[in-house]
Ligand binder design. Structure first.
Ligand SMILES: Nc1ncnc2c1ncn2[C@@H]1O[C@H](COP(=O)(O)OP(=O)(O)O)[C@@H](O)[C@H]1O
Ligand SMILES: [Mg+2]
Length: 589
């Protein structure tokens, strides 16, 4: 082959190439159209699809409309009304700004736009078919904009072949639609496929909208997340620990109103759940992070599904603390988190099927001697309880008063709502664990100097991170120095973790510090150890407790953070309300 001459590509071909990224499939075209409607201030948006969106995709909105003179520009490449300068780009608050969606769609489909601005005598229509733009002509439409896309990829058969079945493409469209509907609960949305209504959302609050899209059980049990700093704000709902899921599908993070997948925030959220989550379960959440647009780059990819934060470690810490605070619920708090429902949630049933976590093999450890930790915590609580009983009557405790112990495993108690059943081992395990953590948190992680320093080979990045993060490493109990451009020398290690592989541990710490600006690897390892200790230290099944001891345990549960679930994320108690019991006995029917 001879070397070809360099030449500019024709505009249609350029748009078709761009379409490969912006309009990968019907769902991505739909996302672009919905974002345009929201940018135009629509309060109500109706979507109508045929054959998975490939045959037809129509979006009708009541937004501001497009000026008739601007119609040809709307379908021109790199033409946008949303930004004009580089500064605008750096602080773009609209969902769109690249000005290429409509041009790309018009290059690979039959596109028609009908729009009417307030004050115009009638609407105008423009069409763009395989890049050929028509002259605007008068049309009929009450207000807003209707965009119709037909026969996606009719002129690019190679791309068309990559489309999946109608059901799959519709599924993707439904997903894109749901994410956007979730991000704007105040806007009405409807979706129809092949003439059949599939969703209809009136304007409502965020919890109602989440109930429709993520699930009633999620919305009813989720804790509210709300935090604000000088430059960051987060709000939304996060699943209570007992309501986790087997996959990551119900994780919705919106950054400045845009659905994104972000490693930094996802990691921070996961960390916040570390203590209350079984390792193969995933939290569900709908979170809205707001940040000064100048501090986040959304222009990483044409589809804008990823963002880059200017200060990712600040974002990581902010999100982690906001979530931790929301999850630190005590029983009886007004936050909805710790109110297990009746009957048992689908979640608990799943746990039962999958078997319990190995650490929780309490049957084999039956009747172990209670450890010192248990004795001291317990003794203190018993005296506390006596003291409380002697003082003036207060509001009735959330978990009520113990009635009896059932088969050495459960405590039965009566509270205002009805019957409370507590798994005494699971509950006590959490109490011991939180106690151990608090005791250790009060002091810095103690450091233990090594008799013989460990030299480890490291990458230049690791050597650099170790230098920059020296102070933080010291607070974690590490003393590390560079031994050369590719060598680190470990002179002291966190003493609690002295038996673990120091080089491996340091490597994970440095990796996290580089990626997220902070590392919780050590705290996590330490917590894993404490959790094992707590499991052994907690009161065993088959140990009989006296009524005062049981009451002491209930009072301790009320006073302990996260007491609604054990260290492995299993619930520690259930409420059986009087109506639930009445229903069982068909009373009052
Ligand atoms: N539904 C709509 N309502 C009002 N104006 C719209 C609508 N859709 C598109 N436009 C106009 O067309 C322009 C081009 O749209 P698009 O190609 O998606 O680029 P961008 O959204 O990046 O500006 C927008 O800047 C906007 O002015
Ligand atoms: Mg757009």
């Amino acid at each position: 082959m001879t070397v070809a001459q360099i030449r500019s590509l024709p505009e249609l071909l350029v748009n078709q190439i761009a379409a490969g990224e912006v309009v990968e499939r019907p769902a991505s075209a739909l996302k672009e159209l919905l974002e345009n409607s929201l940018d135009a201030g629509a309060r109500s948006i109706a979507v109508d699809l045929a054959e998975g969106g490939v045959r037809r995709l129509r979006v009708v909105d009541d937004g501001s409309g497009i000026d008739p003179e601007d119609l040809p520009l709307a379908v021109a490449r790199f033409a946008t009304s949303k930004i004009a300068t580089l500064e605008d780009l750096e602080r773009a608050a609209t969902l769109g700004f690249r000005g290429e969606a409509l041009a790309s769609i018009g290059a690979v489909a039959r596109l028609a736009i009908v729009s009417r601005r307030a004050g115009e005598r009638h609407a105008w229509r423009i069409a763009c078919e395989a890049g050929v733009v028509s002259v605007p002509e008068p049309a009929a439409l009450a207000s807003g904009t209707t965009v119709e896309v037909e026969d996606l990829y009719f002129n690019t058969p190679a791309r068309r072949k990559f489309l999946k079945s109608e059901a799959t493409e519709f599924g993707r469209c439904d997903e894109a639609f749901s994410r956007i509907a979730l991000s704007r609960p105040g806007v009405a949305f409807s979706l129809a496929h092949n003439g059949r209504k599939s969703a209809h959302f009136p304007p409502e609050d965020a919890r109602r909208r989440a109930a429709r899209i993520v699930g009633e059980d999620f919305a009813a049990s989720a804790v509210e997340v709300r935090s604000e700093s000088a430059r960051l704000r987060i709000g939304g709902l996060a699943a209570a620990p007992g309501f986790t899921r087997p996959n990551r599908e119900a994780q919705f993070l919106f950054v400045n109103g845009r659905f994104v997948r972000d490693k930094v925030a996802a990691h921070a959220i996961r960390e916040a759940y570390a203590d209350v989550l079984h390792h193969d379960r995933h939290p569900a959440y709908v979170l809205f992070l707001e940040i000064d647009p100048a501090l986040v780059d959304v222009n990483v990819h044409p589809a804008k599904s990823e963002v880059r934060f200017r200060e990712s470690s600040a974002v990581h810490q902010f999100v982690f603390h906001a979530l931790s605070r929301a999850l630190d619920t005590k029983i009886g708090d007004t936050k909805t988190g710790d109110r297990p429902p009746f009957p048992l949630s689908e979640n608990v049933a799943a746990f039962e099927k999958g078997g319990l976590s190995p650490v929780f093999g309490q049957a084999s450890l039956a009747m172990a001697q209670p450890t010192a930790a248990y004795e001291t915590l317990f003794a203190a609580a018993v005296t506390d309880e006596r003291r409380a009983a002697a003082s003036a009557p207060e509001a009735p405790p959330a978990l009520g008063y113990a009635l009896a112990q059932l088969h050495g495993v459960y405590i039965l108690a009566q509270n205002a709502a009805g019957l409370v059943v507590v798994d005494m081992h699971a509950a006590h395990e959490r109490i011991v664990y939180e106690g151990l953590k608090a005791a250790l948190d009060a002091a810095a992680l103690p450091s233990q100097p090594l008799l013989v320093p460990i030299a480890m080979t490291a990458t230049p990045e690791e050597v650099e991170s170790a230098g920059e993060g020296r102070a933080e490493l010291e607070s974690l109990g590490f003393d590390v120095a560079a031994g050369g451009p590719r060598e680190l020398v470990i002179r002291a290690v966190p003493s609690l973790l002295a038996d673990l592989d120091a080089a491996g541990l340091l490597r994970s710490v440095l990796g996290e510090m580089r990626e997220f600006g902070a590392s919780r690897v050590l705290v996590e390892r330490r917590n894993e150890l404490l959790s094992t200790l707590a499991c052994h230290g907690a009161v065993r099944a088959n140990r009989s407790l006296t009524i005062p001891e049981m009451n002491a345990l209930l009072r301790q549960m009320e006073a302990t953070e996260r007491a609604g679930s054990c260290n492995h994320g299993r619930p520690t108690w259930f409420q059986f309300g009087m109506p639930d019991l009445d229903r069982l006995f068909m009373r009052g029917r």
